[in-house]
Structure formats: C-alpha cells, structure tokens
Ligand binder design. Structure first.
Ligand SMILES: Cc1ncc(COP(=O)(O)O)c(C=O)c1O
Length: 442
C-alpha cells in the first residue's frame, strides 16, 4: 500500500498502520471533504459531525469567511514570526482578543496549540508571582507535553511516561454527580469543592503558589460543569495565596458554551486565560491573555515560538470571531439550552443514563451500569464499554459524537455551533433509537 494506490477508507487506514505511530483509536471516518456540519469519507459516506474534530470547527467546517480570510493572507505572506517581523494580522487579532475577553485581560502571546498556551501561562504566572507551585484539578486535562501533562489530572495520559516535569498537585474536581450527590444544595457543594482546594494547598504545597489552573467546564474529564459560586471561590483562594487564577478555555472558549468565554457564566475573571481549538476554526493557533500588569512581568527573551501567531491562522481567527459575533454565540446559548433539556429527559427514560450535563453546545451524557456501585460508593458504576458501543452505533447511523470522560463513559455532543435544530433533533432521535437497542439487548 502506498501513496500511489487509489485512496479508499481501507487504504488510508492501512497506511496509517504502516507509517503513523499508534497513539489513538480513530473514529473510522477517514476524511475526504468537510463542509459546515457534514463530513464525507473516501467511500462516499456522509456523516453529521456532532464533535467538530474535538470541539474545534465552531463556525462550521470550511466556513466561507474564514477560508477567504486565510486565502487572502496566503497571497500576502505566510510567515512573519510574530515578534521578528511585527505584522498586521497579529496586531489586529491581539487587539480583537482584548475587546472580547473579560475584565482587563488585554495582552496576548500567540502559540500553536492548547498545550503551549497552558505552558506559557504557567511561565508567566511564575514570573509575575515569583512563586513556583501550581494546583490543578483531578480529572482535568491541559495537554500532553511534559509541562502541561504535569497539570493533567489523569494518570492514563502519563502511563509509563511520567512523572511529568515538576508535577503539579491536584485537588478534587467539582464533579457533583459522583462526589457531591449528598450535598444539600449547589451552594453547599461549591463550598465543599472549594474547601478541598484549600485543603490540598495546606497539605501538599509549601505555600509557594504561583497559580491555580482550572477548566471552567471540564471537557476531556467528561463535560463537568462546576456548581455556581465555585469559580468565584477558587479565584478568592488563589488571590488569598498571592497566586493567579488561570482559566484554561482551550476547549470552552470561542462560543462553545453559549458565551464567548465560559468564565462569563460565572462572577469571576481569571488572571490569565488560555485559548486554542476554536480560535481559528481549525487552523493551528493558541494564545494566552493577561492584564497589562501581569503580562508586563515578561521581559524580552522570556518566551518565544517560531511559528506562534502565524499570520494565516491569525487572519482566520479574526474572521472566526466576526462570524461568532454575528449571532452564532447567541444562537448557541438557545440551541444549547434546548439540547440540555432534551438530553435531561433521557435520565427518566433510560436507567443507563446516569447524568446529563453541559453548557451551550458542550453537552454530555454519562452512561452507567445501574446494577453496580461506582467508585467510592457514590453513583452507579461507569459503563465504559456501553459508551463505546453507543458511539460506534451512532457513527454507523451517520452521526459522529465523542466518547470520553475520566471513566471513558461519557458520550459528548460538541458540534459546530452552526448546527441546526433539525440536525440536533436527528441526533437525539438516533441517540434514543441506539439507547433503546442497546438496553433491549441487556
Ligand atoms: C482544556 C484543554 N486544555 C489544553 C488542551 C490541549 O490542547 P492541544 O491539543 O491543542 O495541545 C486541551 C485539548 O483537548 C483541552 O481540552
């Protein structure tokens, strides 16, 4: 099999086996072409994409405005190395990000990915505070290079390759379904989950804290939405310890949760905000943004990336933001609220649906085995194999969803934000049919 043979789903998969490192089990949908919410493989099959390449193509695959902006920039210049040759796409995007980010977040650094954004944010927090230690959350995901892997609170990403450099300490996640069902109220659980962070700082650090890093809604951890009041308490705890709050919005940013950034749902502004994924609708770009006071702690030579802030990616990002602000974010909030209600109804109809949760078009359903008790004796046992089956069955019916979460038992719905209610309705119909089928077999 070689690149000279005719391309089909099978030949592509075979060449992946031969020439690519075996790090991932694919969705079995080799990509020939994609447009808005539809992707097509090499055997002529079309799929409704309800996962957007892990939450990236927020304004739709091959969005016209984004493609035009990138093509126009390709005709001007492709590389400027953002600091070596100051250039307009970089300056325009930095200014635009200052306008759309909350509070007095104003100065940005551009890189190529989420993992780099997180690592840069940690360097800045250390430089600004003069402290070293970092607290992150169990179940959190912040990337796979050794620095961001240190913050990732899931040992399966580190197996046989850890410990990561300067491992962070981890506090329990605000995961009410499993760790807080006995709390009297959302507020009581918010207090308890925040107190756990304070406890970890007291017991696991020498109080030389540079930052607390959290995802405002956990993505890879399984679409975990924190209780109201929690993020505000985490910000207070960070500041009480002269540390910074870093909100990792790599997955939640750029409209995903029905606001431009997920922190806007809460009454807390982060000191540093990391971005990537949806920022340029698929072109590689990452960023972290801070107030001038914090950003100016960096001095010349403290940080750089050769490709960071690629002008084509920055031009695409500017067009992406225009598209999002043209109504997509507001519609995401509406469609998301509707989808949230529809998914919640599944909890009553199917015992295997233990929990449904999300914000905007970042939704998940947690599948369980109601006959077995889960970890630490709380909610029912995670049903990992069932979630994989549901994902495969949906794919065979022409719908791509994600399957993940800390226990790999969460079916994730993170479509392009341009998805229509008819397409969401079709997804729900097929999901119900699949759940009926798999539970009938049980
Ligand atoms: C919250 C969060 N941070 C960081 C990352 C790492 O981003 P990347 O894969 O672009 O390095 C991810 C990726 O899923 C993420 O969800």
């Amino acid at each position: 099999m070689s690149r000279h043979d005719a391309v089909s789903n099978e030949t592509l998969e075979t060449r992946y086996d031969e020439y690519m490192m075996p790090i991932w089990k694919s969705l079995n949908v080799p990509l020939r072409r994609a447009s808005d919410c539809t992707v097509e493989d090499f055997d002529g099959n079309e799929y409704l994409d309800v996962f957007s390449g892990i939450s990236v193509t927020n304004v739709g695959h091959r969005n016209d405005a984004v493609v035009d902006a990138a093509k126009a920039q390709l005709d001007e210049f492709v590389h400027g190395c953002s600091y070596v040759h100051p250039n307009r796409p970089v300056a325009d995007l930095a200014e635009r990000i200052a306008e759309i980010t909350p509070g007095d977040l104003r100065k940005s650094f551009f890189c190529n990915s989420g993992t780099e954004a997180v690592e840069g944010a940690i360097k800045l927090a250390r430089k600004y505070t003069g402290s070293k230690e970092v607290v992150a959350l169990e179940m959190g995901f912040h990337g796979r290079t050794l620095g961001s892997l240190a913050l990732t609170g899931n040992h399966t990403y580190k197996r046989e390759m850890g410990p990561a450099i300067n491992d962070a300490v981890h506090a329990p996640a605000p995961y009410r379904y499993r760790w807080g069902a006995d709390a009297d109220s959302e507020a009581a659980f918010a207090d308890r989950a925040a107190a756990e962070i304070e406890h970890v700082i007291g017991t696991h650090t020498s109080d030389d804290l540079a930052a607390i890093v959290v995802e405002p809604v956990m993505g890879e951890g399984g679409i975990v939405v924190p209780p109201k009041g929690w993020l505000e308490r985490v910000a207070e705890i960070a500041h009480d310890h002269d540390a910074l709050l870093i909100a990792d919005e790599v997955q939640t940013g750029y409209g995903r949760t029905g606001s431009m950034f997920a922190t806007e749902h809460f009454d807390a502004t982060p000191d540093i905000l990391t971005q990537a994924k949806g920022i340029a609708n698929g072109l590689p770009l990452g960023a972290f943004t801070a107030s001038p006071e914090i950003a100016d702690a960096f001095e010349s030579g403290d940080h750089l990336s050769t490709f960071g802030g690629n002008p084509v990616a920055c031009a695409a990002a500017l067009a992406t933001i225009d598209e999002l602000e043209g109504g997509i974010v507001a519609e995401t909030a509406e469609k998301g609220a509707w989808l949230d209600d529809e998914l919640a109804a599944l909890e009553d109809d199917f015992d295997v649906v233990g929990d449904t949760r999300g914000l905007g078009l970042m939704q998940g359903i947690e599948l369980v085995d109601p006959t077995e008790t889960g970890p630490r004796g709380a909610a029912p046992a995670p049903a990992k194999a069932l979630a994989a089956t549901v994902g495969d069955e949906l794919r065979d019916r022409g719908i791509i969803v994600g399957v993940g979460g800390y226990y790999k038992n969460v079916v994730r719905f993170q479509p392009p934000l341009t998805i229509t209610t008819d397409q969401l309705d079709r997804t729900l119909g097929e999901l119900r049919a699949v759940l009926e089928e798999v539970t009938a077999d049980a």
